[in-house]
Design a protein around this ligand. Structure first.
Ligand code: HEC
Ligand code: CU
Length: 333
């Protein structure tokens, strides 16, 4: 195939595959009141834009054809001023702008983060480069996987531990910057059970693109079961087991300087994610890799090799200590 055909084909393929699903971060299939409000506004403005486009381009084409130069035709008659037309094309856009402005302002107020009484409170803290989720009323602290009950209003109170980040889970609508020393609010009610993906939407450094999150919208009973599991104390450990050895490794390593681990009294730090129930998360490193023993071992040995710039330093451990540590982390369900 000639080179330029190949290039053409590649371009075509790239643009076509760009349109193939699935779209885990689409904003066009909203699954919350917030998302639907934004989607309706977008659709509304889109059709106004289509109408303006059709009218303007239609008139342009009409003028081009109707008044084109013809051989032997006399020069066109010059016109000067047309009061009715001028009033018309001034008023029409003004009216269209009103039709756009009123729903826009209504939507701004509807999505301003005001939650109804009884909404579930969640604190969101953006860190370079992971998300912390705290449920103050439930006493639950987790990372990167936000669990919510379907059909119940939630109020997110969001801030940052360092630079500016932006919380965005497009399927549930809304994007908000999170800023150190300030609280940004986002309120919505998820209307469908499912897993929704999101990510930081404000450039925040080396692993900004890896600062992902997922929102798991559960049925009320599945959510309660998740809360009960998170609220339960640490999973028990059999004396003499490899997990017990792993806990000892954890307790005498630098891990305790950065992480909270409920059954290791010295581990109460909040620099990294709370690991008390780390075994229950499906991914580690904010959606970096699946939560599997081999990944955990690689992560501990050198997390920056998996996630550029990771703030967790490489932890050098003898192989059997690492194996025990991983078994212990896996058992933290
Ligand atoms: C200097 C602080 C620091 C030390 C020491 C440290 N970590 Fe971390 N750890 C972090 C940070 C920060 C993250 C989050 C990194 C990210 O996702 O970008 C993290 C993430 C993790 C995760 C992934 C958690 C998740 O849900 O994504 C695991 C597991 C983990 N650390 C285990 C350990 C173990 C085990 C040790 C000791 C051998 C340890 N860490 C030592 C700071 C630290
Ligand atoms: Cu970011």
């Amino acid at each position: 195939m000639p080179r330029r055909h190949k290039r053409w084909l590649t371009t075509l393929l790239l643009s076509v595959t760009g349109c193939a699903g699935p779209f885990p971060q689409t904003t066009l299939a909203p699954k919350s009141d917030f998302g639907i409000a934004i989607d309706q506004l977008f659709t509304n403005i889109f059709w106004w834009a289509v109408a303006v486009f059709v009218v303007v381009e239609g008139l342009l084409l009409y003028a081009i054809i109707r008044f084109r130069a013809r051989p032997g035709a006399p020069p066109p008659k010059a016109t000067h001023g047309h009061t009715a037309l001028e009033i018309g094309w001034t008023l029409a856009p003004a009216v269209i702008l009103v039709f756009i402005a009123v729903p826009t302002i209504q939507t701004i107020f509807r999505t301003s983060g005001q939650a109804p009484d009884g909404a579930m409170q969640v604190e969101v803290i953006g860190h370079q480069w992971w998300w912390e989720f705290r449920y103050p009323d439930l006493g639950v602290v987790t990372a990167n996987e936000l669990h919510l009950p379907v059909g119940r209003p939630v109020a997110l109170a969001m801030t940052s531990a360092d630079v500016i980040h932006s919380y965005w889970a497009p399927g549930l609508g809304g994007k908000r910057d999170v800023i150190l020393g300030r609280t940004s609010r986002l309120a919505f009610t998820a209307d469908s059970i499912g897993t929704y993906y999101g990510q930081c939407a404000e450039f925040c450094g080396e692993s900004h693109a890896n600062m992902r999150l997922r929102v798991v919208v559960d049925s009320a009973s599945a959510f309660d079961a998740w809360v009960a599991r998170e609220q339960a104390g640490p999973a028990p450990i059999a004396p003499g087991s490899v997990e017990e050895k792993g806990r000892a490794v954890f307790a005498r390593s630098a891990c305790i300087a950065c992480h909270t681990m409920e059954d290791v009294p010295a581990a109460r730090a909040v620099i990294g994610p709370n690991l008390t129930h780390v075994g229950a998360r499906s991914m580690i490193g904010s959606e970096m890799v699946e939560n599997r023993p081999d990944h955990l071992a690689q992560w501990i040995a050198n997390s920056a090799a998996m996630k550029p710039g990771s703030k967790m330093p490489p932890m050098v451990l003898p192989p059997e200590d690492l194996t025990a540590l991983v078994a212990y982390l896996r058992s933290r369900q």
